[in-house]
Design a protein. Sequence first.
Length: 560
Amino acid sequence: MLIYFIINKRTCFLFILNLVFYSLQAQENKPLRIPTKQDTLNGSITPERIWWDIQYYDLSINPDYNNKTITGKNVIEYNVTNKKHSPRMQIDLVSPLKIDSVFQKGKKVDYTQDQNIWYLKLPQNQTSKKNKITIYYSGKPTESIKPPWDGGLVWAKDSLNRPWISVACQYKGASLWYPCKNTMYDEPDKGASISITVPDTLIAIANGRLKNKIKNANNTSTYRWEVKNPISHYAISFYVGKYVNISQVYNGKKGKLTMDYWVLDYNKQKAENHMIPEVNTTMKSLEHWYGPYPFYEDGFKMVDAPYIGMEHQSAIAYGSSYKKGTNKKGGDISNTGWGKKTDKIIVHEMAHEWFGNNITAIDIADRWIQEGFAGLAEELVIADISGKQAGNEFMAGRFRTIENDKPIIARYGINEDGSQDNYVKGWAILHMIKTIINDDSKFLEILNGLNRTFYHKVVTTNEIENYISSSSGIDFKYLFDQYLRTKNIPVFEYKLNNGNLIYRYTNCNEKFTMPIKTNWTKDVLIYPTTTWKTLKTDEQIETNPLKIDINFYITTSKIN
């Protein structure tokens, strides 16, 4: 999907320049790492990227477990969006992987390499639609040491010492293992196919539906999987192992949805007893709050993975403990007890099908869009199971894990991730918005409406902000600016004087304002700003200390 407002090189340059400047200001003038040339080439919309729009990836790979290498090819279908384009096409592939050869219409294409960027010298007479380029590649891909956090191929063994392969590459991108356009703004509109050749003793799983299995003459088999819907580069994945399948049909909001569970053979009973009931409960809740599952055509799959989890579209990675809880040991990071009501990994990664895969941030700097809404889903599912107050308490218990080390939103155009607070603090923003709206029906419609309006699209933070403010009828600009673009948490400063509560916000943007509830005002909202306000009160702080409602992420300071 080529985002609609990028229309030429000049627009692209101004767009990136604007965003980088704005984000630099948001970082509060602190020293920042100077982006490298590779950062810019990888993270920006370059002249060698902007003129072509991905339509389809046809990827074939042959992973060699013993040597930890890959040989493969990617046939990329694309449309030309600007006939007066650069004579070069930028392809991303991270060393030590290398491109072996490139062909178009049976003719060899020359190319040059600039570290992890490859430039293909294509003929100038590119047609507008249905162009294809075939790229052969090979080598030893980056190995992930701490998957999924560092990214790369995962060459693991299951508990019976058998080969187990997967990949996770959200942060650095799919160019870690196949040649592609390693950017989030452009997705293949028609989907992708992934063919994996493995020994006959193993099974290969990938996104979408299995189209065919071919038994080869050399004791290997090739599994071809296909996705019909647009898909981001990092959401394309594969798994190889001693899998067995459990297949069911779920009666969802758009009809019958195939639900497949590909688990290691010794986990079959665990999947039947734990995974399937958890998925069914979660799917019911998420289809209610977020709308119909976005990929009925491709089905739903959950796959055993050799790492904790990842939101691979229609083929979700699951590597937790087959226990309820918010961590691999079945504990509860919120310390409220409510976290033990669900399996966090199942809920969180399933939620990414809506926010992350259906709605995708245009730049990884805006990753809070994906992680914040996935965090919100954890709260919403708990609330559906145990009541709204349980969800509120669970969220409040997570506030303490926010680090406030830097702004959530990073710098645009250099493939830079923001603060890890994009998970819980991003979720806290949405939780406070839900609390301020104070109308579950309206909030439900906003969440459903986001998934209708931005169905299978890439988005910016501003688009999400504007939609929520417009749909709610409440201007949340100052809230978003404060919590997304600074690391400062507002302080509710107050004092008592002759029976009056005198209060204001400090440690915040000059125009920041957010209504809150206190134990002194009960269910009545008060509207602090950065200037002093006065409220008549009969409360006595000695016998009834002022407390802020648990649903608001601020701190307090009493002035004597």
